[in-house]
Write a protein that binds this ligand. Sequence first.
Ligand code: SF4
Ligand code: SF4
Length: 417
Amino acid sequence: MPSGAMTEDMLSPVATATGATRFGPLEKVHAFWFAGMSCDGCSVAVTGATLPSVESLMLGAHPGVPRVVLHHPVINMESGPYYLQPAEQAVAGKLDAPYVVILEGSIADETIAHLQGGYWSSTGEEPWGPDGELRPVSSTEWIARLAPNAAAMIAIGTCATWGGIPSAEGNPTGAMSLMDFLGKDYRSVLGVPVVNVPGCPPIGDNFTETVAAVLYFLQGFGPLPEFDELGRPAWLFGETVHRRCVRGAYYEEGTFAEEFGDPECLVEIGCWGPVVNCNITSRGAIAGLGGCMNAGGACIGCTMPGFPDKFTPFYSRPPGSLASTTVSRMVGSVIRPLRKFSNNNLNREVRWDKQGATPSAYSRERSEPSGLSNVGHKFYDRLRRHGDTARHDADVWGKRPDESPSGGSPRGDRANV
Ligand code: SF4
Ligand code: SF4
């Protein structure tokens, strides 16, 4: 039994009460969410977004950003013909506000399914043929109907952006991306090409932030957000994930994990991070937390157009990493001992150096630096302070005034030089 209780009727009095959504010419924008060849993981990821959250977008809580009237098959209360009504109005040009279309999952070649009398993915039914029999309307058909008059077409997740897993080798459904389906020349009514937010699943915040930026543009308040040559938000996908990886320093020092659970760089057990555009290590998966290498997983390239075929077999070493890890090991074998040498010294107060003893009870067994080590640090200290006109020997600093060789305040000495 279809439900006629409309989500929009429930939310709009609450959303418009604050007036925030009136901050601009557009009070609202409809967002039609369709699923093609998808696992619904993108929907799950987006419901976890916090910056901004889906709820705040639907409630118009961001001044200057029109509120989002979301039509999502899982979230909305209405069902059956009531659910389809706004989409049909959009196709007929009778909707009360502009709309964007969001596609999760890849677009299937429905002609393959029709040959067997079936379909791959659909939303709703419509009467069809001379006897008016109901038939499923494929997601592909909805996209073709809505794209020409959409304010923006947004692909979420790697299946919708690049074809993803459904289009992997073999590809029995003829799956393809939204960009492949609409073609190079596609532009929305506002002149925007397809927007792509990849990931399998994508980071929810990457998506909601991009939607908010596009809505801000539609409102006329901001420029069109910067997208790269593949339609990705440039500020989110401009860097490789390796550059901000929490394990990057291990790579630099030439130490590598041998099995999952080890804390070091994961490249030798299958991480493709150095050649993958992704921001999960800096942004986190949900609410700034978790995400692949942060949580112990290796990058398998899920945001990339070449995923999955160009990254398989997963969790085996990328062949191209051999040269760089060999160099890292060689450099690291020199750098690591030098850093350890400095690190040991920097873990000591100047006073302890002078006294030749560490007063911590925890370090009772700790051996004091050797004479050779002291000479080395003395030399390093000279290098570090070279050119410093306020330079004194290190043992002057950190003393009480009455301990200073000059008998005065070390700070005073410095100020007088
Ligand atoms: S774990 Fe991957 S992304 Fe991180 S430093 Fe190693 S190779 Fe780079
Ligand atoms: S780090 Fe790699 S596997 Fe993880 S989300 Fe980014 S691209 Fe996907």
